[in-house]
Write a protein that binds this ligand. Structure first.
Ligand code: BGC
Length: 607
């Protein structure tokens, strides 16, 4: 037997402890490496079995109606199904799940049984499903400056998205809007690159969690890149920003999203110095994939293949094509020809397919391809709505509070509430709510601003929708005005001769006039997807609140107006003063200090 003295023994214990510590430190790292390595091995071996038709099929995304028959899922080897506008997959969540289960079974019946990805524009809650919890649009989430809340909202959205049968959301939009004339300002968090970076990370983490869980979904950072910085704020226009500014102001949120593990990135409709982004190899392959190390899926936007350069977009680095609305055969045949003629290299196709398979493995779809039925009961639950109501409260920005008219006294004898936006959850929610362009009527499960006021006020609450002025005996007038819902190009303001303007409509201006300077406290709540030029109206009124597009929990607004909660929201955009400030290419250009805003980024009063 070997005799050990105590100092040798101590040394041995120390050394063994060192090795033990080292090995236990290494465990998570080893595990990670192993999981990724295993996935890569599976991807490679599956790819090696695939025919060209199966590969092109994986790169195809279609709608669940019109574009395909159910059989096509199998015969055309479809990789992904999208639901956005158009007929819903069923009347309730059970039917939505059942519809996608049917399609998934078709995919699984193929030779290699590769499961489908189901994608949806769940951009502020699972907004395509009536009865889901609808959060404030991202501009309101940006106003909260609360990334923890953004993460929690994304977690809830992921649950409700999975509950309706999807495993992929086309969210978050991490644009940096330069011009309030753009119709998609509200889809983005902020004009600030730093704030958008922070929110992008939170949103990706919230949606994706541990990607293989059955209550999380793959997120999409969109629209890469320059969507919000087109000249004159035109959706899908051209941006003339130089690459230095693109790199400094637009790319950081993408770098952050990639670092946070975002599973997919959607290419933008716009051009970059007149080159279509979909066909921009330097920005897609060199910058995003090679230099940032993005290993997920680059997906086109709507009909990206036929609109932006056909096989050039594949060569630029696009992996999956939204081959919708008549594009499927055109894409599948076109790519086949491109490969046959060697215009598109097989290597490029293999890279695209690997990325798609990789995400399918990461999502755990080969093990568990079906949605989780037990999540259905959580759609629109009171816990989820309570979180959305918190988001509504925290998104409100108090711009003016003269003579401290806010908070409103709960015992005020009579309160008059004015404006169609006060009593209409469709109007308060903006585009991408129930329908693509939003709705103009109340929808299931939502509460209105008026509902909230009625719940809290102890005295009389009268609703004077068109501001007849018949209630001048009231103590307080709460006037709710703003924009009507729009999405994408339909919300562009352009030359200002279209439907939308950067100021209030004459009708809404008259609502304010009819109650101002009549001895009543006048409080305006502005519902809008962007800051509007309301300089004269702010002067006319006693208090002014920017409420953005709050979503389904409209009653949360009253909780702040009556002082149950303080204001905490801060402007996510500089607030413009004059319409003439928007004459230039990029609108007011506050960042170059050429124009002074009415209120600076970050402004917001409290009680
Ligand atoms: C929009 C995208 C959206 C896609 C799918 C496009 O028109 O630009 O943001 O994800 O449609 O609905």
């Amino acid at each position: 037997m070997i005799q050990l003295n105590s100092s040798t023994l101590n040394k041995i214990i120390l050394i063994s402890f060192f090795f033990y510590a080292l090995s236990s430190c290494q465990k998570p790292l080893e595990k990670l490496v192993t999981e990724d390595t295993i996935i890569e091995k599976k991807v490679d071996s599956l790819l090696s079995l695939m025919t060209l038709e199966e590969k092109i099929g994986q790169m195809s995304q279609v709608r669940h109606f019109s574009d395909i028959t159910d059989e096509d899922i199998a015969t055309k080897f479809i990789g992904s199904v999208i639901h956005t506008q158009g007929p819903t997959p069923g009347k309730d969540a059970e039917e939505w799940q059942a519809r996608f289960i049917t399609l998934q079974k078709k995919a699984l019946s193929t030779r290699l049984g590769i499961p489908l990805l189901f994608g949806v524009d769940a951009v502020h809650g699972q907004n395509t499903f009536e009865g889901a919890t609808i959060f404030p649009h991202n501009i309101g989430m940006g106003a909260t400056h609360n990334s923890k809340l953004v993460q929690e909202a994304a977690e809830i959205t992921a649950i409700e998205t999975q509950a309706t049968g999807f495993n992929w959301t086309f969210s978050p939009c991490i644009a940096i809007p330069y011009n309030e004339k753009w119709g998609r300002v509200y889809e983005a968090f902020s004009e600030s690159t730093e704030l958008t970076e922070e929110m992008a990370i939170a949103s990706v983490k919230g949606h994706q969690g541990k990607l293989s869980d059955s209550s999380t979904v793959m997120a999409t950072a969109k629209h890469y890149i320059g969507d919000g910085s087109t000249d004159f704020g035109i959706e899908g226009g051209n941006t003339s920003l130089n690459l230095k500014e693109v790199s400094e102001r637009l790319l950081p949120p993408y770098r952050a999203a990639v670092k946070a593990g975002v599973g997919s990135i959607m290419v933008s409709f716009n051009a970059m110095s007149n080159k279509a982004m979909h066909a921009h190899k330097e920005l897609i392959t060199d910058t995003l994939k090679t230099s940032m190390g993005f290993d997920g899926i680059v997906v086109t936007d709507w009909k990206g293949y036929s609109r932006f350069g056909k096989n050039d977009i594949i060569n630029a680095g696009v992996d999956m094509v939204m081959a919708v609305d008549g594009d499927l055969a055109f894409f599948q045949n076109g790519l086949k020809k491109g490969i046959d003629s060697e215009y598109v290299a097989m290597e490029r196709v293999n890279d695209a397919v690997k990325r798609i398979l990789r995400q399918k493995f990461r999502l755990g779809l080969f093990k568990n391809p079906f949605p989780n039925a037990s999540l259905i009961q959580q759609i629109g639950s009171s816990e989820h709505r309570a979180k959305a109501r918190q988001a509504v409260r925290e998104s409100l920005v108090l711009l003016k509070n003269q003579d401290k008219v806010l908070p409103i006294d709960k015992s005020a004898k009579k309160i008059v509430v004015v404006g169609e936006h006060a009593n209409n959850s469709g109007l308060q929610s903006g585009g991408w709510t129930i329908a693509w362009q939003g709705v103009k009527q109340n929808y299931k499960g939502a509460t209105t601003i008026l509902d909230g006021i009625k719940k809290i006020a102890k005295g009389d609450v009268v609703y004077d929708m068109d501001a007849t002025g018949n209630h001048l005996d009231a103590d307080v007038a709460i006037i709710v005005v703003g924009e009507t819902p729009y999405a994408e190009v339909f919300g562009d303001i352009g030359d200002g001769n279209g439907t939308y303007k950067l100021s209030l409509s004459e009708k809404h201006k008259s609502y304010i006039q009819n109650y101002s300077n009549k001895g009543i406290d006048v409080i305006v709540v502005l519902i809008s997807g962007r800051p509007l030029v309301v300089t004269p109206e702010i002067v006319q009124t006693d208090a002014f609140v920017a409420a953005w597009l709050p979503g389904s929990e409209g009653d949360g607004i009253a909780e702040v107006l009556f002082g149950d909660f303080n204001f905490t929201g801060k402007l996510p955009h500089s607030w413009p003063k004059y319409e003439k400030d928007f004459e230039g290419t990029y609108g007011p250009n506050f960042w170059n200090n050429t124009i002074t805003p009415l209120y600076e980024f970050g402004y917001g009063l409290t009680y």
